[in-house]
Design a protein around this ligand. Structure first.
Ligand SMILES: Nc1ncnc2c1ncn2[C@@H]1O[C@H](COP(=O)(O)OP(=O)(O)OP(=O)(O)O)[C@@H](O)[C@H]1O
Length: 243
C-alpha cells in the first residue's frame, strides 16, 4: 500500500525554548491504516498531531501528505478531546459549518451532512443544540463534522478521554465500524495503551526528551478484537515496558 503521510526529520520548538519537543522524528502512515500514538504526558503527542494538521509549523523537517487534492474534500481533519461543537449552532448546523469553503452545492452539502449523521447514528439528534447532547453524542458530533469534509487522513486527539468507561467502549466500537466502512487513514492520540491496542493496526510509542519514537509496533490481532484477552494484555504490557 502507498504511504499517505510521510514525516521526515521533523523537529519542533515552542517559541524561544531552545530544547525541541521532538527532534528528527520519522514516521509514515499507509493509506487506510489506523495508527495510535501513545506516550507520557508532555512528550509531544498533541504537538505532533497539530503539526500534521497544519495547526503548527514544524521548526524543521518535512510533512508530506500524498493525497489527491481537490476543492470538494480536505486532505485532513481533526477531532479534538472536547468535540468542539459551537453552542449557538444545532448539531446539523455545526456539521454543515465545517463544509464552508468547499465547492459544493447546497444540495450536495445537505447530503454530506445527512450521510455523516447516519454514519455516526445521530440522525434523530440532528436538530438538537449541543447542550441537549450527552458527552458521547458530542464526541460523535465532532467525528461527524470531521468526516463530512471527506478527509484522506483523520486526526484524533484523545477523542474519548473525557467520557466514562462504558461510553468510551461504545465510541471505540462505533469508530471501528466507521473506519471499516470508510477505510480512511487515522492517527489517534491516546494515553490509554489498551485503547491503542484495541483500535490500531500499529501503535507508535513516543518517549524521551526531546521525544522520539521508542517503539513502532504492528498489532496483528485479528478483527473484530476482544477486550481483556491475554493476547491483547500481553501486547499492552510490551508497550507499557517501552514507555
Ligand atoms: N503553547 C505552548 N508553549 C510552550 N510550550 C508548550 C506549549 N504547548 C505545549 N508545550 C509544551 O510542549 C511539550 C509537549 O506538549 P504536548 O501537549 O504536545 O504533549 P502531550 O504528549 O500531548 O501531553 P498530554 O498527554 O499531557 O496532553 C510539553 O512539555 C508542553 O509543556
Amino acid at each position: 500500500m502507498a504511504s499517505i503521510l510521510k514525516i521526515e526529520d521533523l523537529s519542533y520548538h515552542y517559541g524561544n525554548n531552545p530544547k525541541p519537543v521532538f527532534a528528527n522524528l520519522n514516521l509514515q502512515i499507509e493509506d487506510g491504516e489506523f495508527i495510535a500514538v501513545v506516550g507520557g504526558s508532555g512528550v509531544g503527542k498533541s504537538t505532533l498531531l497539530r503539526c500534521v494538521a497544519g495547526l503548527a509549523s514544524s521548526s524543521s523537517g518535512n510533512i508530506t501528505l500524498d493525497v489527491e487534492e481537490n476543492d470538494t474534500r480536505r486532505s485532513r481533519s481533526v477531532v479534538f478531546q472536547d468535540g468542539r461543537l459551537m453552542p449557538w449552532r444545532t448539531l446539523r448546523s455545526n456539521i454543515a459549518y465545517g463544509l464552508t469553503g468547499l465547492n459544493l452545492t447546497a444540495e450536495q452539502k445537505r447530503k454530506r451532512v445527512d450521510d455523516v449523521l447516519t454514519l455516526t447514528r445521530l440522525d434523530e439528534l440532528a436538530d438538537r443544540w449541543p447542550y441537549q447532547l450527552s458527552g458521547g453524542q458530542v464526541q460523535r458530533g465532532g467525528i461527524a463534522r470531521a468526516l463530512a469534509v471527506q478527509p484522506h487522513l483523520l486526526l484524533m486527539d484523545e477523542p474519548f478521554s473525557a467520557v466514562d468507561a462504558i461510553t468510551r467502549h461504545h465510541l471505540q466500537d462505533q469508530l471501528l465500524a466507521i473506519w471499516e466502512k470508510t477505510r480512511k487513514a487515522v492517527m489517534f492520540i491516546t494515553h490509554d495503551i489498551e485503547e491503542a491496542v484495541y483500535l490500531a493496526d500499529r501503535v507508535i510509542v513516543l518517549s524521551g526528551s526531546p521525544g522520539n519514537i521508542a517503539l513502532d509496533k504492528r498489532i496483528d490481532l485479528p478483527r473484530p478484537r476482544q477486550r481483556n484477552t491475554d493476547a491483547l494484555q500481553s501486547i499492552a504490557q510490551d508497550i507499557a515496558n517501552a514507555l
